[in-house]
Structures are given as structure tokens and as C-alpha cells.
Design a protein around this ligand. Structure first.
Ligand code: SAH
Length: 224
């Protein structure tokens, strides 16, 4: 699974970053209705405290979003688990992730699909996530600095697309780059609130359903 040779002391952690604390988070995710055992297993192995600043690493296993700099946040563990479980209602091979952020969601997904293209529009976050996920031993992710809502045509079609920033609509490019049988999971704004929606491409048609109300950071336009 994840390489444990880097920075042993930080990775093993003590007290609030220990494996025991991480397993409490997993128990909480189960209580909240996360059922996919492979998602729970990967999250039980992934050191979330390594994805946030050391000063707040004691809070890494709380079920909460935390700042990662540049006005962005690492998603709440429940949200990561829910999105991953929803995307993986059936096996997915080639996945596009929009909004790499700190790379936590990317690392979870990397263990559950064949390959990922992960796009982030803030250069410093893109670089930091790329290096950290690489150091954890993950080799099936292509990290890109760019506007992810245009997709990444080069590696399309995708049988899964996941976005971590809220948008007013579902860009046509993403629908075009979705394979037959593919699924998009993303937050959209509707009448002042945000909903996590599921879009399936079935028989060339697009079928959409609302999953639950969520809170995400807004989609940015341009590169930073
Ligand atoms: N799953 C990530 C979520 C990070 S927050 C994590 O847990 O760390 C959402 C991320 O989306 C931010 O890093 C933000 O910079 C990025 N983002 C926002 N708009 C974007 C766009 N148009 N293209 C690519 N990334 C975008």
C-alpha cells in the first residue's frame, strides 16, 4: 500500500496522529454510513496528518476540513469517503480528478483505480501534492497544473470524474470526456446551496441524480 520508509517518525506519529486515532476516524465514517470496505481500508492506512501543516497535524483525524494554504482546504474525511464510494459503485479504470489540493483524495483513489489524471490550478499546491504522493510510493497518477473543468482531453475518455470544487454547472467538456458507462461525482450550486450530484452516461444519455447537500470551496478560473 503506502511506502513507510519516508520520515518514519512523522508517519508513524504519536498521540493524536497515531494509528489508533486514525482507526477512531474510520469507526466514525462507518457510523456516518460509509459502507465500502475497500475505501475504509485505504483510509485506515493513509497518514492524513502528512497532508496538513505540522502545526495542525493533531487535528488530522477529526472529521473536518482543514486549511492547506492558498485559501484552500483538505476535504472532510467523510466527504472523501462518500465521493470515493459513490464513484466506485463499479470498478473504474481511468479517472480524472479536478482539484488535487493536498493530494489526499488522490492518494485514496490511487489504490482503488488503475490510473488517475489529477489537475490543480494552484501551482504550489500541485507541486506539493505531486511530491508527497510520489514519496508515499504512488506511481499511477499524472499530476497536471491547469484548469481541470476543461478536463484533460489527452487522456480521455474517463470512466470516472471527480471534482472537489463547486461549479454552477457541469461543463460540456467533462460530459464529452466521459466514457459510456462512466460516472461523474461533483458538487454544483443550486439556488444558493450546494449539492453533490452523480451523472451517469448510459446508452449515450446523461442521467443525473442528487446525492446530498455539501460544502465545497468555489471553482477558480485561471491559473495561480
Ligand atoms: N480533495 C482535495 C480538495 C482540495 S479543495 C483535498 O482534499 O485536498 C479544492 C481544490 O480545487 C483546491 O486545491 C483548488 O485550488 C482546486 N481548484 C479550484 N478550481 C479549480 C480549477 N478550475 N481547476 C483545477 N483545480 C481547481
Amino acid at each position: 500500500m503506502f511506502k513507510d520508509s519516508i520520515n518514519q517518525s512523522r508517519q508513524q506519529g504519536i498521540g493524536m496522529t497515531s494509528e489508533r486515532t486514525r482507526l477512531r476516524m474510520i469507526a466514525e465514517l462507518r457510523d456516518l454510513g460509509i459502507k465500502d470496505l475497500s475505501v475504509l481500508h485505504v483510509m485506515s492506512k493513509l497518514p492524513r496528518h502528512m497532508f496538513v501543516d505540522e502545526a495542525i497535524s493533531c487535528r488530522a483525524y477529526e472529521n473536518t476540513a482543514l486549511p492547506i494554504g492558498h485559501g484552500q482546504t483538505i476535504s472532510q474525511p467523510y466527504t472523501v469517503a462518500l465521493m470515493t464510494q459513490t464513484l466506485l459503485n463499479k470498478p473504474r479504470k481511468n479517472v480524472l480528478e479536478i482539484g488535487t489540493g493536498c493530494g489526499y483524495q488522490t492518494a485514496v483513489l490511487s489504490q482503488l483505480v488503475d490510473s488517475i489524471v489529477s489537475v490543480e490550478c494552484i501551482l504550489k499546491l500541485h507541486r506539493r501534492a505531486r511530491d508527497l504522493v510520489y514519496d508515499l510510493g504512488v506511481r499511477n497518477v499524472k499530476f497536471r497544473h491547469g484548469d481541470g473543468f476543461g478536463g484533460s482531453a489527452e487522456h480521455a475518455p474517463y470512466d470516472g470524474i471527480l471534482a472537489a470544487a463547486v461549479s454552477d454547472d457541469v461543463p460540456q467538456e467533462l460530459i464529452d470526456q466521459l466514457a459510456e458507462g462512466g460516472r461523474i461525482v461533483m458538487p454544483v450550486s443550486k439556488n444558493g446551496s450546494q449539492w453533490l450530484i452523480i451523472i451517469d452516461k448510459i446508452g449515450g444519455r446523461v442521467v443525473s441524480q442528487d446525492l446530498e447537500a455539501v460544502r465545497f470551496v468555489p471553482r477558480l478560473s485561471g491559473l495561480y
